[in-house]
Design a binder for this molecule. Sequence first.
Ligand code: GLN
Length: 551
Amino acid sequence: MTTKVVFFTGGVLSSVGKGVTAAAIGRLLKARGFTITIQKLDPYLNVDPGTLSPYQHGEVFVLDDGSETDLDLGHYERMCDLRLNKNSTVTTGQVYQEVLDRERRGDYLGGTIQVIPHITNEIKRRIALVGKSTNAEIALVEVGGTVGDIEGQPFLEAIREMRNELGRNNTAFVHLTWLPYLKATGELKTKPTQHSVRELRSIGIFPDMIIARSDYPVEMELCTKIAQFCDVPREAVIPLVTSNLLYQIPLILEDMHVAEILLSRLDLAPKQAPDLDAWRWMVNELEREKPKVRIGLVGKYVELHDAYISVREALRHAALYAGVDVEIEWISATDLEKGIGLERLEQVDGIVVPGGFGSRGVEGKIIAAKYAREHQVPYLGLCLGMQVMVIEYARNVLGMEDANSPEFDQRTRHPVIDLMAEQRGLEDKGGTMRLGLYPCVVQPGTLAARLYQTERIEERHRHRYEVNNAYRQALEEHGLIMSGLSPDGILVEMAEVRDHPFMIGCQFHPEFLSRPTSPHPLFSGFIKAVCQRRKLSVAVQLPENLSGKED
Ligand code: GLN
């Protein structure tokens, strides 16, 4: 079976939502009974974004197999209910690394290695692999960046070649652009779109559909103009106005028949009428006016919300199914440690401390954990959030004043968090953490067991440090229960405070497995505890066909 491919390119500007749009179209194709997969081609030279600062690239999203990926993979998984693997993420760095390794092995038999064909062939091999390895009928492939970027050229050349190789009816090109708004004349302009399409055509790619993003409503005449200038059928020019509700985008695109247009382009007939009832229910619920709960998210990149995008979404999913709206208060951990903004902790109904690296802001996170414990405020600690919860407990309940993790204080006499044995002596920073899906046994009789309702779970990880077993017994004796352990009992995966309505931390990242159609039990439990604290009794009537199950 040939996997048909829909390619997504971007023009005019980056950051206009190409990933979300591709994911939304994936949802529409899936709703028509097709098996799909998605891939992101990132033109930067890093091998993966694992070593990139969140300031540069937002959150690092982790897959089951431990791949550290672009946050768009999170959009894909959430929007399309998929579990992706390393084949869904390709960077220039990986492509070059592979080609150069082969060259060193002598695989090219003395040939001269060039961008065309060696680099482009490797890109094409990887695009073909994502379809083959998943047996998907349709693969959606997003080229990161914008047309005209120097580093994007080999990718565009590769996808151009694929149209001929796979055949016209097996490929479709969707180009996403931006319509700037001119205040002086009060109009949206199409010229940058025209230019970006011209640029694309000069490479030999002729878009089949143009999605024109804009902050303002787009007049029909403008779409007609784009169609005419860019040589695209009128119905294939799709205006897409900015929406503050990501999950609404599939429905907006559905109303404009995007899936039908692409399917007919690919010579495919829908296998079934689109099954979007559950999705519509979810979007209606999100839009419905509901009681609000305020969650304090204490992190060091709080000015950049993209750094915590999966946590934000997981909170929203859980709130949706609890019948409330979540309002996130972004609390700067570095401010807290300077004594600034402490009163903000008093104003929230629950506290989340997400993952993080390095010492900046850690003392602020410890202050937040202390506040939550002492004031019985629901607390959810994710990875580093669990580690600071343990440090705080050791310091203030067990009296180990300098308890810490060597990540933040090399000289601590009480390393209650410590480097994992297999991490010692590792020098490379890239791809060397404990990454990806690992099993965990939930200990009976605990809050964790009540939330998960099952004994054995698997969650995604990304860390080097863990709870130090030398302190486990003392912590447990003082009421910090180790409620999730690796199957061999050696690694602490979850910890919870016994005398507290809801204070739990996990060494893994549950946020990566939360879906709008199936919220994660830890986040659901957290939001329910928040509602109880606020004495909100709300209930949601789920529609029958909302399975809440992933494929
Ligand atoms: N820095 C901590 C570690 O490496 C926590 C990592 C995280 O929060 N993802 O163990």
